[in-house]
Design a protein around this ligand. Structure first.
Ligand SMILES: Nc1ncnc2c1ncn2[C@@H]1O[C@H](COP(=O)(O)OP(=O)(O)O)[C@@H](O)[C@H]1O
Ligand SMILES: [Mg+2]
Length: 433
């Protein structure tokens, strides 16, 4: 008996209004990126915002989302385009005040302090902007939807309606989403699949540095990072962030190692600092900031076991400079060298960078993006790189010294330190104020 093709439960296929067609018969759609004018943001977006698309900018309260997006609408307006800034959080007067403080006033920026969804849609129709910012999606309420503003149901309904309006009006829409400790799941996370682009905005509260990263981008890659400095006078892009994470000093000091981290595909110079002290009694103290605790403990054990360097008995303080997070394994060797340098009271010349992963057997392992990292170090004037095997012998004016294991690396440390004693840091890095 022939098998019936009828699906169970009486579900019947409907005749499609538009039949599926071979992919080759479809003209490729191209995303038209429009530069916002904020270069560091455009870099992350893959060239700019796309008309008819929705981007979500998520971040902690106070990180600078409103400041950044006011700068965006300002640049938009400066290029002769009309922008609408909808705020459900602040009054028009407050936004005006921020605009004056940060130098972002412009006639073509339209402001609406509004929290009702339908009225917001009305504003979009009335103003006919090409860019709309809604700050924040959690403060806009859809009257015909259950739940409180900011709840998952509401936030989804608001996003869906605004998305439809953006597509219909060919408007680039940017939504702000607050991430809070307890609301992290209910908030922006629940929207990520509804929008085209998701950007995360973060930074340390005690530092002026801010980073924007794309975690989803339907129109580009997600491996770029945008760097900003947030000040009272506004937000400012940093095209060349190298050196932000270094201590400014003219002579090398023991217990420090400079490394090149890779954030997406952007190389960032960072510094690891180590201090060893005699324990006051009991078990030795460990204070680690900006570096992965577990990796730090592992590296301490490797130094103890394979290099016979008894750092583990001391109080260990490890930290990065400028709130930088150096948590990936490519930082291992820099942590090891900083600890050894502190232990031996032997400063590494400030012209040396250290990159590489340390294995439990004391072996040094190659890392991703080595060429890119060394090229950045060479560009900045570093002359020596301590690396695992396999790195190119020279990159520009930079020579690599490779070591197969931690013991060989420590021998090199002694060599480099002896020969480079008193060498000053690359002038390129001292220029920075
Ligand atoms: N009136 C002000 N004067 C100086 N700095 C301010 C003022 N208002 C806000 N800031 C600074 O700007 C930062 C970013 O604020 P904002 O852009 O509103 O953050 P978000 O929108 O992410 O909550 C604040 O954390 C604060 O440090
Ligand atoms: Mg805000």
């Amino acid at each position: 008996m022939a098998e019936s093709t009828a699906p169970p439960n009486g579900l019947r296929p409907a005749a499609p209004a538009r039949p599926a067609v071979p992919i080759s018969s479809i003209a490729p759609g191209s995303a038209r990126h429009q530069q916002t004018g904020v270069a560091e943001l455009d870099r992350v977006l893959g060239g700019g915002v796309v008309s008819g698309s929705v981007s979500l900018l998520a971040g902690d309260p106070g990180v600078g989302k409103s400041t950044l997006l006011l700068e965006v609408v300002h640049r938009w307006a400066l290029a002769g385009r009309r922008a609408l800034y909808v705020s459900g959080e602040e009054s028009g007067g407050q936004i005006r005040l921020r605009a004056e403080r940060t130098g972002c006033s412009h006639d073509e920026i339209y402001l609406a302090a509004e929290s009702d969804l339908q009225t917001v849609l009305g504003h979009i129709e009335a103003v006919r902007p090409t860019l709309v910012v809604v700050d924040s999606v959690q403060t806009i309420a859809a009257a015909d939807t259950d739940g409180v503003a900011g709840g998952v149901t509401q936030v989804r309904a608001v996003t869906a309606a605004l998305t439809a309006a953006a597509k219909a009006g060919d408007v680039a829409l940017i939504l702000v989403g607050h991430v809070t400790k307890d609301g992290a799941i209910a908030g922006p996370r629940s929207l990520e699949h509804l929008v085209d682009v998701v950007l995360h905005f973060d930074g340390d509260r005690n530092s002026v540095l801010r980073m924007v990263r794309a975690v989803k981008n339907r129109f580009g890659a997600t491996d770029e990072v945008g760097c900003f400095l947030l000040r009272d006078s506004g937000i400012e892009g940093v095209a060349d962030p190298s050196g932000l994470f270094l201590e400014q000093r003219s002579e090398p000091v023991p217990g420090t190692a400079i490394t090149v981290a890779l954030d997406g595909k952007r190389p960032l110079i960072g510094e690891v600092q180590a201090l060893l002290a005699n324990p006051a009694g009991g078990s030795p103290r460990r204070a680690v900031s900006g570096i992965d605790h577990a990796r730090a403990a592992m590296i301490t054990a490797v130094l103890d076991k394979h290099a016979k360097l008894p750092v583990g008995a001391a109080d260990i303080y490890l930290s990065t400079v400028g709130g930088m997070r150096l948590t990936d394994p490519s930082t291992d060797l820099a942590v090891a060298i900083a600890l050894a340098s502190a232990y031996a009271d032997l400063p590494l010349p400030a012209t040396t960078v250290v990159v590489g992963e340390v294995g439990l057997a004391g072996d040094l392992r190659p890392i991703s993006g080595m060429d890119r990292r060394l090229a950045e170090a060479a560009r900045l004037g570093f002359t020596t790189a301590l690396t695992p095997p396999g790195a190119p012998a020279t990159v520009g004016g930079l020579h690599t010294v490779s070591a197969a294991n931690i013991v060989a690396a420590l021998h090199h440390l002694v060599d480099i330190a002896d020969h480079g004693a008193g060498l000053r840091p690359p002038p390129r890095l001292l220029d920075r104020s």
